[in-house]
Design a protein around this ligand. Structure first.
Ligand SMILES: [Ca+2]
Length: 159
């Protein structure tokens, strides 16, 4: 089974190759597979973490459902979450959005249930709404099985 170490190595190789090709690569300061703890009116907004999507576990196996109110549990994931997000208080509005160069998917599990999304903005997934306080597990998947795609995950209170 592929694991985080493999994905991290793959990401670093990808970054290295990209750096050779493009001499104007900006410093990427967002932590890889980083965890986030935020309260209301956090700053700077957005908080950004990054990673590598994908795996061999179907989304419906993580959520025990093919569908949620925020979208279908499409795509393939690692068994373990890529990030945790701890919310210190309730958010009336919080948006998670993924940016990646290919078709990625998203699962969030935490207080109150599980939420999936596939294509909120083009092929990029996102989840928007009110959030209860607590700790959320976040998985970023690839629509295709065993496809590994670099991504950034942005968390914002900005509408
Ligand atoms: Ca997608």
């Amino acid at each position: 089974m592929l694991n985080k170490t493999f994905k991290l190595s793959f990401l670093l190789v990808t970054v290295a190759v990209t750096s050779v090709i493009n001499t104007h690569v900006r410093a990427q300061e967002a932590p890889i597979f980083g965890d986030v703890t935020i309260g209301q009116k956090f700053g700077p907004d957005p908080v950004t973490v990054r990673g590598m999507s994908g795996g061999d576990v179907a989304g419906r196996r993580i959520t025990n459902s093919p569908d949620t109110p925020t979208g279908p549990c499409a795509g393939f994931f690692d068994e373990k979450p890529d990030h945790t997000i701890e919310l210190k208080n309730r958010f009336e509005y919080l948006k998670l959005r993924v940016e990646s160069p290919a078709d990625t998917t998203l699962i969030v599990k935490g207080p109150g249930g599980a939420w999936c999304n596939d294509d909120l903005d083009g092929k990029n997934p996102g989840i928007v709404g009110a959030w209860l306080p607590g700790t959320y597990n976040v998985w970023i998947g690839s629509y295709r099985k065993n496809s590994y795609i670099p991504y950034t995950l942005q968390i914002t209170e900005t509408k």
